[in-house]
Design a protein around this ligand. Sequence first.
Ligand SMILES: [Zn+2]
Length: 153
Amino acid sequence: MSSIYVAIVGLFGLAVGSFLNVAVSRVPAGRSVLRPRSACPRCATPIAARDNIPVVSWLLLGRRCRACRVPIPARYPLVEALTAILFAAEALRFGRSEVLPAALVFTAGLLALAACDAEHFLLPGGCSTRLSGSPPRACSPPRRPPAGGTGSA
Ligand SMILES: [Zn+2]
């Protein structure tokens, strides 16, 4: 498999990782992943395109919002980078086979669930049932941490 192909799939993973961050932030709250545009959760300043480049913008901005300087959690570049690395690894493993798109979708779903669980101690039912192929009626309520607990097993 050519290294250019692997790099392209990895770059696609960066973009998907950026979208996963939006989903992780909004889906547990029942908000749309499409609208409104991404904005700083503290000062509500919309995030400009130049500040929305996966991993790079986080580093160039000094890990802080351009407008109010509130720290941007490391979860954002971590999810983006991990998605890119896993996508590139899957491109290496599966090449240009018809298995690759399914593997990428499954990986993205698992990453979204893992990030939701790590940040919110919550596994959104919609994501879980779509990944497992179960019908929505079989959806169980989201897992929540015990009262006063840390959410760890
Ligand atoms: Zn801000």
